[in-house]
Design a protein around this ligand. Structure first.
Ligand SMILES: Nc1nc2c(c(=O)[nH]1)N[C@H]1C(S)=C(S)[C@@H](COP(=O)(O)OP(=O)(O)OC[C@H]3O[C@@H](n4cnc5c(=O)[nH]c(N)nc54)[C@H](O)[C@@H]3O)O[C@H]1N2
Ligand SMILES: Nc1nc2c(c(=O)[nH]1)N[C@H]1C(S)=C(S)[C@@H](COP(=O)(O)OP(=O)(O)OC[C@H]3O[C@@H](n4cnc5c(=O)[nH]c(N)nc54)[C@H](O)[C@@H]3O)O[C@H]1N2
Ligand SMILES: [Mo]
Length: 680
């Protein structure tokens, strides 16, 4: 007999795609997009179609393991009982030694967007005050920037793009990273909209645009100011919006007067004529919508970049109207009740004193493993879940070094990731097909229930079960050590967390979402009332500090090339590289080099090239391509399981200019690294 289940992709992605899963005799036999999904219309991306391969991947690990010597590869299979007993024992030893849990650290990210993954934070809240890696490797900078300008990060729903006459895609490659949204881009274009792409690399999205500006990396804020200068001087502004709904415009305008377009052109590598062309387009085409990708915010001036780009929308009055505004991300649909977040530690627990004298967790920005290693009291225990920092945090070698120095490292994952290789304990996590969960999209606000389609493979368990069992074990060894409400079932947690969202979804229980497509009701047009959530109540222009006025002239000495990592359509961050079927589609990893640079360096197509800097080196075959500028190299991370090269060994830990306000730590400038090249 064949059964069909409704699933949802739990990946950190804009799609949060609904899936129809067919199961025969307890085994998944097919995975398809759900035709009832109003965002995807039933199509999946290549990674989605590869889920079947991923769930049953031969390298998936489905039993707990212990490594005898970190990084040795000397793993032995152990039982859950042993794993949890030993891990709980380590936790209790730490408490005895330090009289606190501050030496215990959690580094978690969005490997699963499922609501139940919040149980991981819930468990650590239940034992005491720990060291928490906060912030976000992804959105910290962008969310802060939009919060400073608008008072909050809000966006229109996906289909509002159809109302735009001009679509500016700035530092994003949605053709590969957000494929479902492209139908709105193309449809708008068929109705006469102009599509502009601004990117240092001629991407698959740039190739489909009407106007492409190949910008020098990291200079976006200058280009935006150049455009702003023309708009102001040619009076291509919406005076009514400027007068009634904005703050700081006079200072901003004054600072533009001092700007020379020739200097902007030379810093950005965009000729004055092209800057003017884009400025006229922006000044004369309404409504204009701006798609802010992750590219700009991952540069050292990323926050200022986002703000100056958003200023173009404000100057032209493209805010608060259909077809206008900014498409980035909003966490407004994540109004979860906070059942896991509000779990309180046992009475008498001590942590770091807050401003009102209350205890709290010690916080370190995510990715900052060097800082982690220097803490007092030191970190003796690290739990990594839903995250692969050796592959995705900056300076991977520093991450590895810190992992080596921590007494007990636990990694909960489906695969033996680059990070897990430095763990003492590996705990096998069930895939989303193996337990019930809920995903709410931060892009299209669809809320979907992920049904349990099959039993967890082997001995694997959902994070929620792992945390619950660890709480039980702790309390068995030392009663009262964890306040985690272990008697509460997963379904009750889901119901609790979703309660506030029920009215916005028009339902009374989350299970109604299994058969129905529902979206959180958010305004169709953000900021329509022109009431902004800033201190002034108005849109606040960015006035750049004088000190940040002169970029583009830096001399990078030994490392003249900007390294820009490129996401493949067939991988998701560090995931899916092990799916062989995708390897055929996407090809293998390579470094893209401009033919002129290649000539200088004696590099030909396929030549093995060393890409290096002060942090390390990686060796990859070269792909010659005029799509990258001569002073940029782009590493394309394709699918090749046998290549265990980690690009982030070269990525410098560089703070962006923003991030602290909303996430507690500055953003990470993954796109500001310089390298050199040599033929091997
Ligand atoms: N297939 C696939 N889809 C994904 C992901 C994935 O790994 N694979 N990851 C998901 C995640 S976590 C995220 S955050 C999103 C991100 O998806 P996007 O928003 O599309 O962002 P990126 O792919 O990081 O980068 C987009 C572009 O920024 C450009 N860029 C780099 N530096 C600069 C600069 O200084 N200025 C400008 N203007 N452009 C620059 C790069 O060349 C690149 O083409 O995608 C999500 N979707
Ligand atoms: N050089 C460079 N580095 C970057 C970026 C860049 O553009 N360039 N982009 C940054 C961005 S935008 C992001 S979002 C981060 C992403 O960084 P990560 O969050 O580390 O991304 P992934 O590689 O997808 O790792 C997620 C891990 O979670 C595991 N996982 C999946 N589901 C579950 C689950 O249910 N439970 C548990 N316990 N584990 C699960 C997966 O197997 C995978 O190993 O990378 C950042 N790093
Ligand atoms: Mo991300």
């Amino acid at each position: 007999m064949e059964l069909t289940f409704n699933n949802v992709c739990t990946a950190d992605c804009r799609g949060s795609c609904r899936i129809r899963t067919k199961v025969r005799r307890g085994r998944i036999v097919s995975i398809q997009g759900d035709p009832g999904d109003e965002y995807t219309l039933g199509s999946l991306c290549p990674k989605g179609y590869a889920h079947l391969q991923r769930v049953y991947a031969p390298d998936r690990i489905t039993h707990p393991m212990k490594q005898l010597g970190k990084g040795t590869g000397n793993w032995v299979r152990i039982s859950w009982e042993q794993a949890l007993r030993e891990i709980a024992g380590h936790l209790l030893d730490i408490r005895t030694k330090y009289n606190s849990f501050l030496p215990v650290c959690l580094n978690k990210y969005l490997g699963s967007m499922g609501v139940l993954s919040r149980s991981i934070d819930g468990f650590f809240n239940s034992i005491g005050y720990i060291t928490l890696m906060t912030g976000s490797p992804c959105v910290a900078t962008g969310v802060d920037a939009l919060t400073l300008s608008f008072g909050a990060a809000k966006k229109p729903p996906p289909e509002d793009m159809l109302n735009a006459r001009l679509i500016l895609i700035w530092g994003g490659n949605p053709t590969w990273t957000t494929p479902h949204q492209m139908r709105f881009v193309f449809e708008a274009r068929e109705q006469g909209a102009t599509v502009v792409v601004i990117d240092p690399v001629l991407t698959a999205t740039a190739a489909r645009s009407d106007l492409y500006l190949q910008i020098k990396p990291g200079t976006d804020w200058l280009l935006a100011r150049g455009i702003a200068k023309i708009l102001a001087e040619e009076n291509l502004v919406d005076q009514e919006f400027l007068n009634g709904s904005t703050e700081n415009w006079t200072q901003c305008q004054a600072s533009l007067e001092q700007l020379s377009l020739a200097a902007v052109a030379s810093a950005t590598d965009v000729p004055v004529e092209e800057i003017k062309k884009l400025a006229y387009l922006i000044g004369t085409t309404k409504p204009m919508t701006i798609w802010l990708g992750a590219g700009v915010q991952h540069t050292s001036m990323g926050g200022g970049g986002f703000r100056t780009i958003a200023d173009l929308a404000a100057m032209t009055g493209n805010i608060g109207l259909p077809g206008g505004n900014i498409h980035y991300a909003t966490f407004d649909p994540w109004e979860f009740a906070g059942a896991f977040a509000s779990i309180k530690p046992p009475e008498g627990s001590k942590g770091i004193p807050g401003s009102q004298g209350q205890w709290g967790h010690r916080q370190v920005g995510t990715g900052r493993f060097g800082e982690l290693a220097a803490l007092e009291p030191p970190i003796e225990f690290l739990w990594v879940a839903c995250h692969n920092p050796v592959a995705r945090a900056p300076n991977a070698n520093a991450v590895k070094k810190t992992l080596q120095s921590i007494r007990t490292v636990v990694v909960a994952d489906l695969f033996l990731t680059a990070t897990a290789r430095y763990a003492d304990y590996f705990l096998p996590v069930a895939s989303n097909y193996e337990y019930e969960d809920i995903v709410v999209s931060y892009w299209h606000y669809g809320a979907a229930v992920n049904q349990k389609a099959i039993e967890p493979l082997g001995e694997s368990k959902p994070d929620f079960e792992i945390m619950r069992r660890l709480a039980l074990e702790l309390n068995r060894l030392s009663p009262g050590s964890s306040t985690f409400p272990v008697e509460r079932e997963a379904a009750q947690w889901l119901d609790l967390e979703m309660k506030l969202l029920y009215p916005k979804l028009g339902i009374t229980h989350y299970q109604e979402l299994i058969e129905q497509y529902r979206r959180i009701a958010l305004p169709q047009v953000p900021w329509q009332d022109r009431v902004f959530l800033t201190p002034s109540g108005k849109y606040e222009f960015f006035v750049p500090p004088c000190s940040s006025f002169n970029p583009g002239t830096e001399d990078h000495g030994e490392y003249p090339f900007r390294l820009l990592p490129m996401r493949s359509f067939a991988t998701l961050n560090s995931q899916y590289r092990n799916c062989n079927s995708l390897e055929e589609l996407s090809g293998k990893s390579k470094v893209l080099v401009h033919p002129r640079t290649a000539l200088l360096k004696g590099i030909e197509e396929g030549t093995k090239v060393k890409v290096y800097n002060q942090l390390g080196e990686i060796i990859l075959p070269a792909g010659l391509s005029p799509s990258v500028p001569p002073d940029v190299v782009s590493v394309y991370l394709g699918c090749d399981a046998r290549n265990d090269m980690e690009l982030n060994e070269l990525i410098s830990l560089i703070d962006t200019d923003l991030g602290r306000l909303c996430s507690g730590a500055k953003g990470l400038a993954f796109n500001s690294t310089q390298v050199n090249l040599a033929r091997v």
